[in-house]
Ligand binder design. Structure first.
Ligand SMILES: *[C@@H]1O[C@H](CO)[C@@H](O)[C@H](O)[C@H]1NC(C)=O
Ligand SMILES: *[C@@H]1O[C@H](CO)[C@@H](O)[C@H](O)[C@H]1NC(C)=O
Length: 433
């Protein structure tokens, strides 16, 4: 009896992948909205984020205090231009250069800015002028980024509401509203040419609100349900998130843009709302966000994009108490202003040591040296993956590095071929991929 070399490699890769995933979820981000008057100081937020598995933060603007607070934290930052900036960005290349100088170059690379969103939900704003100016504005920002030799390092995109799709059910029939015509095609050509992602805001919460049946709730919350068969492909979808993301995939594919990556710029579930709102509750919010995070961590992907997790920015870090509209609009926060969790969805790092809560200072004095604010003691919701040190023998060190990547299966095959070439006993049928 002996274990084939390939089996050992596979197990080693699996162990290493688990090890790296235990504390690093590069695909989990969070939205940091600021329509509020009770937010903690940016420095306290930076500390809070470092105690979580969140590795990316999306700002709606480019608040210098936050960008500076996130410097040298390892946390990646998405910043945005406002919709109001778009006309000037579109018509004046110098304005775009200035925008990049003062909002990016002033802080980069200490502050790890990875992406600039030009406007928010412009294509569904109903403002034809603004829609026409969106791509020229993106192009001028891209030119400014290229001019600073940051092309490819900092991507340029824009964020869309799900309603850019005219159809999303079944997922394989996903298609963009044809009234966009060439505007959408040109936008997608820009994204493809620059390797930029298509950013979208899928909200199973709203899907449930428009179809408030028990089986729809289970489908939206990743809870046991019969699934929904896509009549176009025969795929049985088990949750709304996958169905919505794959509808976007289908819409992009239908226009011939199969290699544009999708980024979920916002998704979330409110933990409370007005009496007449169906859906908001702590239990539902915990189920949606907790199950979504586990779904992403599992790396299972969606039926149309298996084996990898779509970059997902949860909505939201804090409640935004000054937002207008229904009560739920002000109740998406994962953390309270005093930095305690609203409810536990397993975002804290598994090695987080409980600390004693301390009094919290309110927002107003943004002194650069805000004292560290310890978190309330918590038990991680997700089982802790054992982190026994996995030290690979020197000879397979290259494999250890490969295993960190998402396409490890393909890489294992490549490694197997290499081993075969060197005459080692590797048989492909030893591995069930
Ligand atoms: C497509 O967009 C137009 C213009 O905004 C809108 O009137 C129409 O309802 C949309 N169609 C669908 C199917 O969403
Ligand atoms: C933090 O705020 C939440 C929500 O207001 C409250 O329930 C909790 O008791 C507070 N925790 C501390 C330590 O002050």
């Amino acid at each position: 009896m002996f274990l084939h070399c390939s089996s050992i490699l596979f197990l080693l890769c699996f162990a290493l992948q688990s090890f790296y995933l235990a504390n690093s979820q590069s695909f989990i981000g969070v939205n940091y909205g600021q329509v509020a008057d009770n937010l903690p100081p940016p420095s306290a937020t930076a500390k809070l984020l470092q105690s979580t598995i969140i590795e990316k933060v999306r700002l709606y603007g480019a608040d210098p205090a936050i960008i500076i607070a996130l410097a040298n934290t390892g946390i990646s930052i998405v910043i945005g231009t406002t919709n109001g900036d778009i006309p000037a960005l579109a018509s004046d290349p110098n304005f775009a250069v200035q925008w990049v100088n003062s909002n990016v170059l002033a802080y980069y690379p200490a502050s790890k800015i990875i992406l600039i969103t030009v406007g928010n939900e412009v294509m569904t704003s109903g403002d034809q002028n603004l829609m026409g100016q969106l791509l020229p504005a993106m192009q001028n920002i891209q030119n400014a980024i290229n001019g600073a030799s940051l092309g490819g390092k900092i991507k340029v995109s824009t964020v869309h509401a799900m309603s850019v799709l005219a159809q999303s059910e079944p997922p394989s029939s996903g298609s963009f509203n044809s009234s966009f015509g060439d505007t959408m095609r040109s936008l997608l050509q820009f994204l493809q040419a620059n390797g930029s992602p298509f950013m979208i805001n899928p909200y199973p919460f709203f899907a449930y609100q428009s179809d408030p049946r028990a089986e729809t709730l289970a489908f939206c919350l990743f809870q046991p349900n019969a699934g929904r068969v896509d009549s176009g492909t025969g795929i049985n979808y088990m949750n709304m998130f996958d169905a919505q993301v794959d509808a976007v995939r289908s819409a992009l594919n239908a226009m011939g843009f199969k290699d544009i990556e999708i980024v979920v710029a916002e998704t979330g579930w409110p933990y409370k709302g007005d009496a007449n709102e169906v859906g908001p509750s702590v239990d539902n919010a915990r189920a949606y966000n907790g199950n979504l995070i586990n779904h992403l961590k599992s790396m299972v992907g969606t039926p149309l994009m298996p084996g990898k997790s779509v970059d997902t920015y949860l909505f939201a870090l804090y409640d935004e108490d000054l937002k207008p509209g229904a009560g739920s609009e002000r109740s998406f926060g994962l953390f309270n202003p005093n930095l305690s969790m609203t409810y536990d969805v397993g975002l804290l790092k598994s090695n987080q040591t409980p600390a004693t809560p301390a009094p919290i200072t309110p927002e107003t004095p943004v002194s650069p040296s805000t004292p560290a604010i310890p978190l309330t003691p918590v038990t991680p919701a997700t089982p802790v993956i054992p982190t026994t040190p996995v030290t690979p023998p020197a000879g397979v060190y290259g494999i250890a590095i490969s295993c960190k990547q998402q396409h490890s299966r393909l890489l294992i095959l490549v490694i197997m071929v290499a081993f075969t070439l060197f005459g080692l006993p590797v048989r492909g049928d030893d591995i069930l991929l």
